[in-house]
Design a protein around this ligand. Structure first.
Ligand SMILES: Nc1ncnc2c1ncn2[C@@H]1O[C@H](COP(=O)(O)OP(=O)(O)OP(=O)(O)O)[C@@H](O)[C@H]1O
Length: 385
């Protein structure tokens, strides 16, 4: 449905230079900022594809380029069999204006039209469209009510848009984007202005809509939980590059670098060296002992690695099962934190501090000697960056 090839977008920027000897001030010099540096990805029909990354990594610039609100330096953007942008050496120049791309957009500041009713807010894009397509009044009303129904706003159709709650206004913004039945919906942090509770409930609502309507969407967020809940695929971005692209579970369980492992959830990292390998089973020597783990990585014996351990892959107990299970280490609990649905224990093991997350029924006082068991199936091998 959406194909992005070798997309590059730079901006004018400035680089600060340390002041030269004898001069009291730093100097700045012009520089190009690579907001997006040569990225490619495909979004299949019906997918909710998320661009995820920290502030400034280039997610919004990518989305705005798809929308036609930024003109990339080079690359191609295609939706279905339509080329929306093409530019750079050897490519025929194409740049379809934003208002002719026919894409649905919902942004962080859900600019609904305050002087209009809920119904009119949703009808407006169709009235504009109907100048070309000749949609009748009745057809428009039917389509508006169908979308309002889906968004559970039908009963509020006559209410003035400003007299809606934050969540309802955001649903209205979505309804307005959906009514034109766009081939592609672009969402830029659409839930970030809402309070935590509403954000969570709208997340599930969006997921339901996505499933029921099968809309192809590109979603921008810096919130990894949101990305994991909503997405069918995620591209994790850093400094204008896509670091890893995959299904949420794949990215969570098998991050391909330390940046991704750190960004998606909390991880413990233990540096080591591969000492043996049989099929997918690796034995890694670390400063605090051997670890065995299963990984479909291709790292040779002798290779330096980082073992990434999710806190929920660590079991803490006051009793030993040495000899029964692999990877049992001993340590001392230094911190305990109650998180409601779980309890975190930070355990000091030799040179490492390891965070474990488990059932609140197991709560161990700081200072207690404990056994840590690290599940070989849940440890990931990350190549050294
Ligand atoms: N109009 C502009 N002029 C100059 N630099 C820009 C412009 N827009 C974006 N940038 C720079 O491009 C880089 C990527 O910005 P972008 O807004 O795409 O990041 P982002 O990942 O969406 O961040 P955020 O989550 O904070 O919105 C940043 O370094 C930013 O400062």
């Amino acid at each position: 449905m959406l194909r992005i090839d070798n997309l590059v977008k730079t901006f004018d920027g400035e680089r600060r230079r340390r002041h030269a000897r004898g001069s009291k001030t730093d100097k700045t010099e012009p520089a190009r900022v690579f907001a997006v540096s040569d990225i490619s990805f495909n979004v299949e029909n019906g997918e909710l594809f998320t661009l995820l990354g920290p502030s400034g990594c280039g997610k919004t610039t990518t989305l705005r380029s798809i929308a036609g609100l930024e003109r990339p330096d080079s690359g191609t953007i295609e939706v279905g069999d339509r080329v929306l942008f093409s530019g750079g050496a050897g490519r025929k120049p194409v740049n379809v204006p934003a208002n002719e791309r026919g894409l649905g957009m919902v942004f962080q500041s859900y600019a609904i039209w305050p002087h209009m009713s809920v119904f009119d807010n949703v009808a407006f894009p169709l009235q504009v469209k109907s100048r070309n397509e000749r949609l009748g009044k009745k057809q428009i009303a039917e389509r508006v009510m169908r979308v309002l129904d889906t968004m559970e706003l039908a009963e509020l159709a006559d209410r003035q848009a400003t007299k809606l709650s934050g969540g309802q206004q955001q649903r209205l913004a979505l309804a307005r984007a959906l009514v034109i039945e766009p081939p592609l919906l672009l969402l830029d942090e659409p839930l970030s202005n809402l309070d935590a509770k509403l954000r969570e409930s709208l997340r599930y609502e969006l997921k339901r809509l996505q499933r029921d309507l099968g809309i192809t969407s590109v979603y921008v967020t810096h919130d990894q939980t949101e990305a994991l809940v909503l997405s069918t695929s995620i591209a994790v971005m850093k400094s204008g590059d896509v670091m890893q692209l995959g299904r949420p579970r794949e990215i969570y369980e098998n991050p391909n670098c330390r940046f991704v492992a750190e960004f998606i959830g909390t991880s413990n990292f233990i540096a080591g060296n591969v000492v043996s390998k049989e099929g997918d089973r690796y034995t890694v020597n670390t400063a605090d002992g051997l670890l065995v783990l299963d990984a479909a990585a291709a790292i040779p014996i002798g290779g330096d690695v980082i073992v990434s351990i999710r806190p929920e892959a660590v079991e803490v107990s006051t009793g030993s099962r040495a000899g029964e299970v692999p990877n049992e280490w001993t340590g001392t609990v230094t911190t305990r934190a109650f998180l409601g649905e779980s309890v975190d224990h930070v355990v000091s093991v030799g040179r490492h501090e390891i965070r474990a997350r488990g059932n609140p029924a197991v709560s161990i006082k700081p200072g207690t000697e404990v056994y840590l068991r690290l599940d070989p199936g849940k440890l990931a091998l990350v190549p050294v960056d």
